[in-house]
Design a protein around this ligand. Structure first.
Ligand code: FES
Length: 162
């Protein structure tokens, strides 16, 4: 199934584990269970070890991302400007915790450290868009902007965009 990926690696060469995981995730956006089994077989590494590595590193995901990925910065500058309140508001509104995806696959919340926009802290991003100097009360409008049926064209006022 993943022969295009495997052709760049030597069978049973254990050092290929992390690069292989990265390649699979680059294609699928996460690490499907079947791919982990195939990597285990190809490198002759126990599946439990492959899972161990995949869950150890934050860069790897075992579940698919939502249509919209919200990154909440919890770096120092954002922390002192109450980014925890923003995260809590997002988790409450979407009924998920950081690291999870809503059941309708519309949103994923991720917590990140400094995203290089400290001057407009606290900051979140939704997909590629930055929202700076926001507070928890801005969360509903931001979510509304991204939670639309595909063909709807209603214009929503911008919220303190960076
Ligand atoms: S700490 Fe949040 S952008 Fe730098």
């Amino acid at each position: 199934m993943h022969s295009e990926i495997f052709k760049n690696y030597e069978p049973k060469e254990k050092s290929g584990l992390i690069p292989l995981l990265q390649d699979v995730q680059n294609i699928y956006g996460y690490l499907p269970e079947l791919a982990l089994q195939e990597i285990s077989d190809f490198l002759d590494i126990p599946l439990s070890r492959v899972y161990g590595v995949a869950t150890f590193y934050n860069q790897f995901r075992l579940t698919p991302l939502g249509e919209n990925v919200i990154k909440v910065c919890r770096g120092t500058a954002c922390h002192v400007k109450s980014s925890a309140n923003i995260l809590f508001a997002l988790e409450t509104a979407l009924k998920i915790k950081a690291g999870e995806t809503t059941r309708d696959k519309k949103f994923t919340i991720e917590v990140v450290n400094c995203i290089g926009a400290c001057s407009i802290a606290p900051v979140i991003t939704v997909n590629e868009e930055y929202f700076g100097r926001i507070s928890a009360k801005d969360v509903p409008a931001i979510l509304k902007k991204f939670n639309k049926p595909a063909k709807q064209t209603e214009v929503v006022p911008e919220v303190k965009l960076a």
